[in-house]
Write a protein that binds this ligand. Structure first.
Ligand SMILES: O=C(O)CCC(=O)C(=O)O
Length: 259
């Protein structure tokens, strides 16, 4: 038996609280050196001609001040950033996911969100979307690259709401919710230090405010599925995702929001 997988990297209490609350924070998961390597690559990449509204891997967010589109996301990222790939495929991270799933995990999606100063935030939503084949076991590992707090628009999750499953009609559309829809669920601000990770399920409602600071708020969003829930779906996902983006109003509105 694989020695790594035979030693559970999480306590029973951590696994219980992830199942109960729909999220889990693991401080100082990655060391500074590995985070700095991602930041160096992130910095280089945004200065290349990859950043283009017609590049399907790029997304833009309007500035809250001027409305101008600000470059915000590379999706996918690991094929152009070896340092990000190394975090996405980290053995210790896979061991944690194995403990949460009770079986091996498979990388599904990977994005780098820069959230530059002035970028608008995200309304309350669930990541799971009822596209055919979209795995219900979807979860996301958020890797903090910069310090994240309320002033720069940290991600916020609603504790326990994932237990209600999909909160919207399962019609393949993207849905947003109001704070009232969250009832009495506690809103948790994921205030993180570089190297911390937060894991949340595809049904955990989350959102963020605008970045009102003068610095980027960079984070990797690495998403996985349980192996028994479709196996290795990443290539299929990106083919499907990019086909949808091509068919959407994307060409008319290249900065349209689309997860
Ligand atoms: O950038 C954030 O804080 C939230 C991003 C998000 O919700 C998403 O990509 O689905």
């Amino acid at each position: 038996m694989n020695l790594l997988l035979s030693t559970c990297p999480l306590t029973g209490e951590q696994i219980r609280s992830y199942r109960e609350d729909g999220y889990l924070i693991l401080p100082s998961f990655f060391d500074n050196e590995r985070i700095e390597a991602v930041l160096d690559e992130a910095d280089l990449l945004r200065r290349t001609d990859l950043v283009d509204p017609l590049n399907l891997r790029c997304r833009f967010m309007p500035s809250v001040k001027t409305g101008e589109p600000l470059f915000e996301v590379f999706d996918p990222i690991i094929d152009i950033s070896p340092a990000s790939a190394s975090l996405a495929h980290d053995a210790q991270l896979y061991a944690v996911l194995h403990a949460l799933y009770g079986e091996p995990a498979s990388l599904f999606k990977d994005k780098l969100i820069y959230k530059p100063p002035g970028a608008r935030g995200y309304g309350i939503h669930q990541d799971w979307i009822s596209w055919p084949g979209f795995p219900r076991s979807f979860l996301t590992v958020l890797v903090a690259l910069d310090e994240a707090d309320v002033s720069n628009g940290c991600t916020r999750v609603y504790s326990g709401m994932h237990r209600n499953g999909c909160l919207a009609p399962e019609n393949g559309e993207y849905h947003q919710f109001s704070p009232d829809d969250m009832g009495i669920a506690r809103r948790i601000d994921l205030e993180l230090e570089p190297g911390d990770i937060a894991i949340f399920t595809g049904f955990t409602p989350h959102c963020s405010e605008a970045n009102l600071s003068s610095q980027d708020r960079r984070q990797l969003f690495l998403s996985y599925n349980a192996q028994s829930d479709g196996g290795d779906l990443r290539a299929w996902h990106y083919a499907d995702f990019q086909r949808r983006r091509r068919q959407s109003s994307y060409q008319d509105s290249p900065h349209a929001f689309f997860r």
